[in-house]
Write a protein that binds this ligand. Structure first.
Ligand code: ZN
Length: 299
């Protein structure tokens, strides 16, 4: 018996040591390299970019550069930047906080092909989906954007949770017919980004985008929010497959008030990790908002 126990113990120890070694290797994966593009936006990018950079980096999973495409004569933002356009080969994912003039054609083409080949991911936050209405491939990447009624289909969920697709030309153009606190409802709890989140959570005061429009191809809705402005469930978190590329898109995050929500911060971190790697390792924090109660960081 003693001998057997000794063998058993030795065996367990060996397994434990090898598990520890494997665990140690897994605990320090290479950080996800993010480049935030900003510099033009009808929103306060000078405060929201530093906030997003900080909350991504504080998770310990990302290293974040910022590249600002400024209009001539405009002042730079608050954080140090790399030149625009960024060298995309150095990054795993682009986070767009940009709503302005067209990017240089060469950069557009390079970005399209890198995303299509799955060499880089894309994250779209709020007004970034207002940009580039005439850039066909961008519309396909983001799925839905702030557009007029003729610029693509409109997608929403009815009260039964069924997806309704209104064709281009029918219905209203994009807006935010409701602004305030609202409830986000998870529609796919099995996706890496949403796994483990409460089915419903209360979001801090924000613009609730509605009637977004676009080609909506290969689009997967992860969460919706009921808009008192339109009376239907508007897509509020989704992904798009663009070739081999992964796109994470949320119209949340009008300003710092919307971004301080722990729900926003959590899906931004998880969505960015997923767009870059296809996996999510970032846990759901204990102070995540509930169905009845918002939860936000102080600054
Ligand atoms: Zn806004």
């Amino acid at each position: 018996m003693h001998t057997n126990r000794g063998i058993l113990f030795g065996c367990c120890l060996a397994i434990a040591v090898s598990l520890y070694a494997a665990g140690a290797q897994q605990e320090a994966p290479r950080k996800v390299r993010v480049v935030i593009v900003d510099g033009q936006n009808n929103h306060d990018w000078r405060s929201t970019t530093p906030f997003m950079k900080r909350v991504l980096e504080e998770s310990g999973r990302f290293e974040v550069d910022v590249s600002s495409y400024l209009r001539p004569g405009d002042k730079p933002g608050r954080v140090p930047t790399i030149p625009f356009p960024p060298d995309l080969s150095k990054y795993d994912v682009v986070l767009s906080n940009y709503n302005g003039g067209p990017w240089p054609a060469e950069f557009q083409k390079e970005f399209e092909s890198r995303l299509r080949e799955g060499k880089i991911g894309l994250v779209i936050v709020h007004a970034a989906n207002n940009a580039f209405g005439n850039w066909q491939e961008y519309n396909r990447m983001i799925g839905l954007g702030w557009r007029n009624p003729k610029q693509g289909d409109r997608i929403y969920l009815n009260d039964k949770g069924e997806l309704v697709r209104l064709p281009s030309g029918k219905g209203d153009g994009s807006g935010h017919r409701y602004t305030g606190e609202f409830t986000v409802v998870i529609r796919d709890a099995d996706h890496p980004i949403t796994r483990g989140l409460p089915r419903e959570w209360r979001h801090t005061r924000d613009e609730l985008y509605d009637n977004l429009r676009g080609p909506a191809e290969n689009l997967h809705i992860l969460a919706t929010a009921f808009s008192k402005g339109t009376g239907v469930h508007e897509p509020i978190v989704w992904t798009v497959s663009y070739g081999q590329g992964r796109v994470f898109h949320t119209p949340l995050g009008h300003d710092l008030n919307g971004m301080r929500c722990i729900g926003f911060i959590t899906i931004l971190r998880r969505g960015t990790e997923w767009a870059a790697t296809g996996q999510v390792t970032i846990p759901v924090p204990d102070n995540f908002p509930t169905a009845d109660k918002t939860s936000a960081v102080k600054d």
